[in-house]
Design a protein around this ligand. Structure first.
Ligand SMILES: NC(=O)c1ccc[n+]([C@@H]2O[C@H](COP(=O)([O-])OP(=O)(O)OC[C@H]3O[C@@H](n4cnc5c(N)ncnc54)[C@H](O)[C@@H]3O)[C@@H](O)[C@H]2O)c1
Ligand SMILES: O=C(O)C(=O)C[C@]1(C(=O)O)C=C[C@@H](O)C=C1
Length: 300
């Protein structure tokens, strides 16, 4: 049981963490720190947080756990503001979608207190933002990747891992470099492609006509283009190298495909479509097995 947790950023991710811990009866008091009073008042109204912080110093007194759930470019300034008031027993974690730059920012901001920071990333989310979008079950049977630091103690890592497990999540560990390369391929690139496609269509002279007939294929491919521009700007800039590598590989793939189409090479196109279909079906089956099983267990 955590006595006090402090959440910086009461948006989708921070508020869902709060709701999940409350549902599990795993926390006594939740304090919210925000950029705008509006989201903090709304989070309090919705019963997500108990207390709206008016001072970082006060909020950190006797805290067990601090979660940063803000756009990743805020990490360094936020940890620098926290550092003077960070007590020895408090563990700090984050939910940022990239880890390499977050770790560098944390080292710069926290200095000798870096051992108290256990970097994390829940692999669950939505295109919606803010406390109204929060869901208590968002993390159930979903992965949370920790990229623990050599300076973290086993106990500090356990505080963060156990909090996520209380939310129903399954904790994995990766190095920050592996993390950023993996998510550049399977999360960051798809978001950028969806944004680019919708922007391209929106800028066409006949955009209204095109959107009028866009249907479920368009909906499935572009849901994530409704995500937060601030969040995705920060992810793009802080994971620039890995995203550029994935973007180049994708452009090469499109160039290959374009040549096949221009040449009317149906066999080559069929081979690529079949390989992708098989891979997508296998992925769907394996993810369903992994994610449905724990849900059934927890229903017992
Ligand atoms: N949305 C997802 O699918 C998802 C999934 C996993 C991880 N993440 C990561 O979680 C973090 C939060 O994303 P989200 O989806 O909850 O976004 P969100 O927009 O719903 O919430 C972010 C909150 O942070 C607040 N904020 C911004 N700057 C702040 C500051 N300086 N001080 C205090 N509060 C501040 C905003 O007001 C907002 O309430 C991001 O780092 C993102 O990369 C998002
Ligand atoms: O489902 C969505 O809307 C998401 O964008 C979630 C998603 C993802 O790409 O899967 C996005 C970013 C996160 O860092 C983790 C999860």
């Amino acid at each position: 049981m955590l006595k006090k947790i402090v959440i910086f950023g009461v948006g989708l991710i921070g508020s869902s963490f709060a709701l999940a811990l409350r549902k599990a009866n795993a926390v006594e008091q939740i304090v919210g720190v925000g950029r705008t009073q509006t989201s903090l008042l709304r989070a309090k109204e919705l019963g997500i947080i108990d207390v709206i912080s008016t001072s970082i110093e006060e909020s950190l007194k006797n805290a067990d756990l601090v979660l940063l759930a803000v756009p990743v470019a805020q990490t360094e300034a936020m940890l620098a503001a926290i550092k003077p008031y960070l007590q020895k027993q408090t563990v700090v974690t984050d939910a940022g979608s990239i880890k390499g730059e977050v770790v560098l920012a944390a080292r710069r901001a926290l200095g000798e207190k870096i051992g108290q920071f256990v970097p994390g990333h829940p692999i669950a989310g939505l295109e919606a933002t803010g406390p109204d979008a929060a869901i208590a079950s968002l993390y159930v049977a979903k992965k949370v990747v920790l990229t623990a630091l050599p300076e973290n103690s086993v106990e500090q890592i356990a505080v963060v891992a156990q909090a996520w497990q209380q939310c129903g999540a399954i904790v994995h560990e990766l190095t920050p470099e592996n993390h950023d390369a993996v998510f550049a391929a399977v999360s960051h690139l798809p978001h950028l492609l969806a944004y680019a496609l919708v922007d391209d269509i929106a800028n066409k002279p006949n955009a209204d006509l095109l959107f009028q007939y866009a249907a479920s294929g368009f909906r499935d491919f572009t849901r994530i283009a409704a995500s937060s521009p601030e969040m995705w700007r920060d992810i793009s800039l802080t994971n620039q190298t890995a995203i550029l590598a994935e973007l180049d590989a994708y452009i090469a793939q499109l160039t290959r495909f374009r040549a096949q189409l221009a040449a009317g090479d149906g066999d080559a196109m069929y081979a690529m479509f079949s390989n992708a279909q098989r891979a997508r079906q296998n992925w769907q089956r394996s993810i369903e097995t992994a994610e449905i099983q724990p849900k059934q267990d927890s229903d017992k």
